[in-house]
Design a protein around this ligand. Structure first.
Ligand code: NAD
Length: 310
């Protein structure tokens, strides 16, 4: 069933490249969501991605008590991007964002960052997370990691009877910006990381090949790479008691949550665990909260997860 307010797919007049915005819901307020820049095999894969991710943003805002709806945008990187082409496609995307008259406000996501938001801002006011030297809050990876750690605390208490993961074995699939921050914060835990990019391997942590990360015998799995990683097949192979991570849309479909429950594995929904970035950004950039106040709002994820699991 179609449940989105709008989906607009457009060919940019400067770049000739496809960009799209899915507006899932503005019922709670203007819709927010990141701008993903990625190569897709088929344009339909990009449409599926933007529709699912925008719906997840509505759930994320609702669970975090943020007065915003959910949206997402995608820039289909179907060719190598020179700096000029990257700039052109971002300006094209800014035109598309403007066509929503403020109903969609963009931030960075996989493949984009604060510098790209600065380019968007040349043509649209509806871009968050500019670099700090330009008055924005920069990358949201830090607050996102903090939110995951808050969720981990509450979930660990529920599953292991202690907030502290010291002495526990934790597998982090996706050793990118959020995954690395989480790995470095887990003092006293045995941390194993995994990434498709083998250059990310470091002697500081254990290493699992990406196709084996979901089978490692451990206490906790942290999905921190891409979505769609928890399928009936991967859930059957899991060897952990708890799954908590920032990756958006971890389940291939909602029925996988039942399979996790049948196996006695506690899973914290990603739209709850990964909300730290959006909570922090909106607190600072919309509400004018200072850094510490915004972090305290992120830390409330712990309480949300406690209530959810209870
Ligand atoms: N950064 C944020 O503020 C934020 C907020 C909410 C959700 N998320 C989600 O969290 C996840 C991680 O975000 P990030 O900012 O760290 O991204 P990132 O791009 O910095 O890191 C992702 C890492 O995953 C690796 N990877 C990709 N595919 C993989 C696979 N199949 N198996 C193992 N590793 C793989 C990449 O090589 C990369 O190192 C993403 O799914 C993102 O959508 C991030």
């Amino acid at each position: 069933m179609w449940e989105h307010e709008q989906l607009v797919v457009r060919t940019g007049k400067r770049s000739g490249m496809t960009t799209m915005v899915a507006l899932h819901s503005t019922a709670a307020g203007p819709a927010v969501g990141g701008c993903r820049m990625k190569r897709y095999d088929q344009i339909t894969d990009a449409v599926t991605d933007v529709l699912r991710l925008s719906k997840a943003m509505t759930l994320k805002c609702e669970a975090a008590g943020i007065p915003h709806g959910g949206a997402k945008s995608v820039i289909v990187a179907d060719r190598p991007l020179t700096p000029q082409l990257r700039r052109d496609v971002l300006l094209d995307h800014a035109d598309l964002i403007n066509s929503f008259d403020g109903a969609y406000r963009a931030g960075p996501d996989v493949g984009t960052g604060p510098d790209d938001m600065l380019v968007l801002r040349e043509l649209t006011p509806h871009a968050y997370c500019l670099p700090e030297e330009h008055g924005g809050t920069g990358s949201s990876s830090g607050p996102t990691a903090r939110g995951v750690l808050a969720a981990l605390k509450a979930a660990s208490h529920h599953v292991f009877g202690t907030d502290d993961l010291a002495g526990k074995k934790v597998v982090i699939s996706g050793f990118g910006s959020v995954g690395e921050l989480i790995a470095r914060s887990l003092e006293g835990a045995e941390v194993v990381v995994s990434d498709v990019d083998a250059s990310r391997r470091t002697a500081e942590f254990g290493w699992a090949e990406p196709d084996q990360a979901y089978e490692v015998e451990a206490d906790v799995l942290v999905p921190a790479a891409v979505g769609g990683v928890l399928s009936p097949e991967t859930v059957a192979r899991l060897n952990v008691k708890l799954v908590v991570g920032p990756a958006n849309n971890q389940l291939t479909d909602d029925g996988v949550a039942d399979l996790l429950e049948e196996r006695g594995i506690v899973w914290v929904p990603d739209h709850v665990a990964s909300a730290g970035g959006v909570i922090y950004t909106l607190a600072r950039e919309d509400d004018g909260a200072d850094h510490q106040t915004a972090l305290r709002r992120v830390d409330r994820i712990e309480e949300t997860v406690r209530e959810l699991l209870a």
